[in-house]
Design a protein around this ligand. Structure first.
Ligand code: MTE
Ligand code: HPA
Ligand code: MOS
Length: 782
């Protein structure tokens, strides 16, 4: 029985609940292991005057205290732009920026050492928001543009126009396993590092560069992460560096495990954005002229900000055809930790803006927002090309819209909500459908590759290692299924091994939702190479036993744990026995598979081309209630419909869809990062930073999938699912905007994202105040 398509339990499902599944800090310390802490900048920016480590060094149990002067290689790194120091030198650029690394015999000793280090900084005025950065023209990387048609004349000619600014806040990844690494000394200065990272190869490269080693002298391994959500695509390298520096200096194993507080304070998050927009449209609500100027808050260093802004520009359209459009993006340099990847990678920030525009178009025309969405949705040629020129193929969006409107009973519930709002003095109800069309592929072309190592043993069991890293998303389970089916053996005969740069070289981060696409395809290619050799051997074997049959390798079949000629299925050999015979005949039973996504090209300079292999699409209807006295917002109902192709594992994909939606809902409704004027994060723990919990999951939560087997170009006709559902959480925000719009009428609803209870209350108060002002009779106001 093939396992692809079956809801096989997650590889580590049991281990996750019993505690048997090990994370970095679960690894038993080996003799001599040191614990590592770091000392961060006390201020958001300024010149370092002095770093006094003398007291710390004297403390009992403190083994070493290190600064940038102890770095033997280059103290500078960065995934795209090399602008980030491992340990600060003359200047600090954000609160908590690592300056000193302390090694202790115990956690307590390291912490005491940390407390005894004195850093004196002459502080400068920090830049903490996008507006100030723009005023000072402090940017990271160049301005980027994508343009199609001619915005200016289309805007001039538009029947209706709206313009405004839209703000979305950042978001903490809130993985449950903090950033962590353990470094082990090898011979002659070599290192092995166990790291909680999405990106072992990049960690390997950064470690080599900073420590002055060759990449061949560094092995980075990752068994699993306790969540990552993009937060460990680049930033896992920093704790790995701290541990490795200590190991290099002491020749002892060294462990770093950030506390949750430190992790939240010093690591990068989703980028806050501020966007200036203009939209011109006709009386039906058809968008004809759209201009978008995105500004992101990149923080103190570039990190992945350029790639993230690129993905923002490429998702400005979302599910909607924009004939005349001018899109620009700039990254602001500020004094908060360098912002980084977070599920959606700039997509959510773009999609929120266009979905907001649609809500405003609807309000302006006094129409239902769903109608506006439906009329602007990508359809048949010529309304099927994106602003960057890629054709939207195999497009189920119109069908998704129609079917979801039907199955969610959207029209009836909308009418009920609006009737309710017209007479309830205490509560408001809101409902909205939003969509997602997420481009699958790294927008950086070279990253679209994967490799895998597959080995068949003489008992018929199989080990698989790929460049993919497991962060809970189930990539290992899916690849295990693919490999089991290739050899026609049960899933229990296949094991996924620890990801390691020793086995899989030059890998890409597990990101862009493409982990299974790239590494699963590479694993299938490795299996194919082994099977080709096996089939040739089997053909010879069956020819020996049955001369009449004389099969060619094409006739050899691998199924039900056996190898046979498909014309003579009764004459079969058990897979393990067969593997042993093959070895005796000196057949190679191992292979390295490689995969590179075909046919993607995108020119950054012209902003045109085909950056994506395909799109994952979907839509969601969210219904919310608002308490008019407290602003309390509840998401009471969600209906979702997605096209995620033929699922390799429906159980895992369900989990990804629900988890993604809820995480997006958190970004839109409750998660609020708050900094003080000194640039210190105040919301650095679950008591002050509100992620959704189980009671926030809506009671009505329906999800369905389109049966679409047309994506044959991707592995097993599947589609990537990791990030896209997050963007459907925006429907909850749009529903809040709808609810407030019922009070505001044709007046604007300047609701920011997230629509926290406070934000909702203040927005509502503003609307009510404005209404009282305009409703006052003229005479009374004199
Ligand atoms: N699911 C879990 N449980 N934990 C995670 O950290 N990360 C998300 C998504 N789903 C994540 C997750 C992100 S940001 C991405 S890019 C994808 O998983 C990466 O894995 P994939 O490419 O195998 O889908
Ligand atoms: N998505 C996620 N991570 C990335 C990307 C992307 O498009 N490009 C580079 N790193
Ligand atoms: Mo995901 S943000 O691409 O790691």
């Amino acid at each position: 029985m093939p396992t692809v398509g079956q809801p096989i339990p997650h590889d580590s499902g049991k281990g996750h609940v019993t505690g048997e599944a090990l994370y970095i800090d679960d690894l038993t310390p080996i003799a001599d292991e040191l614990f590592v802490e770091f000392v961060g900048s006390p201020v958001a920016c300024g010149e370092i005057e002095s770093v006094d480590v003398s007291q710390a060094k004297k403390l009992p149990g403190v083994v070493g205290v290190y600064t940038h002067r102890d770095v033997l290689g280059h103290n500078l790194f960065g995934p795209v732009i090399c602008d980030e120091r491992f340990l600060a030198e003359d200047r600090v650029e954000y609160v908590g920026q690592p300056v000193v690394v302390v090694a202790g015999e115990t956690r307590e000793a390291a912490r005491a050492g940390r407390a005894a280090v004195k850093i004196r900084v002459t502080p400068d005025q920090p830049v903490l928001d996008i507006d100030t950065a723009i005023k000072r023209q402090q940017f990271l990387g160049p301005e980027r543009r994508i343009e199609r048609g001619d915005f200016d004349p289309a805007w001039q000619a538009a029947e209706h126009r709206i313009e405004g600014t839209f703000q979305s806040n950042g978001q903490e990844q809130f993985y449950l396993e903090s950033q962590a690494a353990i470094a082990y000394p090898g011979e002659q200065g070599q290192l092995v590092v166990e790291s909680s990272t999405q990106n072992p190869t990049e960690s390997q490269a950064v470690l080599a560069e900073v420590l002055g080693l060759g990449m061949h002298e560094v092995v980075v391994r990752c068994k699993r992460m306790g969540g990552a959500f993009g937060g460990k695509e680049t930033q896992g390298a920093i704790p790995a560096l701290m541990a490795a520096l200590v190991t290099q200096k002491t020749n002892r194993p060294a462990r770093v495990v950030y506390t949750k507080d430190d992790d939240m304070k010093v690591t990068g998050k989703r980028h806050p954005y501020k966007t200036w927009y203009k939209a011109g449209f006709d009386s039906d609500g058809r968008l004809n002229a759209v201009k978008l100027d995105y500004y992101s808050d990149g923080g103190a260093a570039a990190d992945l900000s350029t790639g993230i802004m690129e993905r923002t520009l490429l998702h400005a359209d979302n599910a909607y055809y924009l004939p005349n459009v001018r899109i620009k993006g700039r990254i602001c340099k500020t004094n908060i930790p360098p912002n980084t990847a977070f599920r959606g990678f700039g997509g959510p920030q773009a999609i929120a803006v266009i979905e907001n525009i649609i809500q405003e178009v609807a309000a302006k025309l006094g129409k239902d927002a769903y109608e506006i969405r439906r009329i602007n949705c990508y359809g048949q040629a010529p309304r099927n090309t994106t602003p960057y020129g890629q054709e939207v193929k195999n497009n189920l969006l119109p069908e998704i819209f129609d079917r979801l409107a039907e199955s969610s009973d959207y029209k009836k519930r909308l009418a009920e909500a609006e009737a309710f709002n017209s007479q309830s003095p205490t509560h408001l109800r809101g409902i909205a459908m939003t969509a997602v069309k997420f481009g699958i592929s790294f927008t950086t072309r070279f990253l679209n590759q994967g490799n895998a190592l597959v080995g068949v043993y003489t008992d018929g069991s199989v080990q698989v290692s790929t460049g993919a890293t497991e962060m809970g998303q189930g990539v290992n389970t899916k690849i295990r299924q693919i490999v089991a089916d290739e050899f026609g053996v049960g899933i229990e005969r296949v094991l996924m091994m620890t990801t390691s740069t020793e086995k899989n070289i030059n890998t890409s981060p597990t990101a862009a939702s493409a982990g299974t696409d790239l590494n699963g395809a590479a694993a299938a290619n490795a299996c194919a190479a082994i099977k080709q050799r096996m089939a040739k051997f089997a053909a010879d074997l069956f020819t020996d036993t049955n001369k009449d049959l004389a099969p060619s390798p094409n006739e050899i079949h691998f199924e039900d744990g056996h190898v046979f000629d498909r014309r003579d299925p009764d004459n079969r050999i058990e897979f393990g026995k067969f593997a042993n015979l093959a070895r005796m005949a000196r057949i190679d039973l191992g292979a390295r598979g490689f995969y590179a996504t075909p046919g993607i090209d995108f020119d950054r300079e012209t902003g045109r081309g085909n950056p994506f292999f395909y799109y994952t699409t979907g839509a969601a209807v969210a219904e919310i209630t608002i308490d008019r006295f407290t602003g309390d917002l509840r998401v009471v109902g969600v209906d979702m419909l997605m096209d995620i192709g033929r699922m390799i594992n429906p159980g895992i994909d369900h989990g990804q869809v629900i988890g993604g939606f809820v995480q997006g809902m958190g970004w839109c409704t409750t998660e609020q990062l708050v900094y003080n004027d000194a640039g210190e994060l105040l919301s650095y723990s679950p008591t002050t930073y509100k992620i959704p919990n189980i009671t926030d999951v809506p009671e009505r939560f329906n999800f369905a999938f389109m049966d679409n087997g047309e994506n044959a170009r991707n592995i097993r006709s599947s589609k990537a699912v990791g990030e896209p559902p997050l963007m459907l959480g925006i429907s909850a925000w749009a529903a809040a905007k709808h609810a407030l719009g019922c009070v505001a009428g044709k007046e604007p609803v300047p609701l920011k994202l997230p629509a926290t209870n406070e934000e909702v209350l203040m927005c509502l108060a503003g609307i009510e105040h404005k209404r009282r002002e305009t409703e006052k009779p003229r005479s009374a106001s004199r």
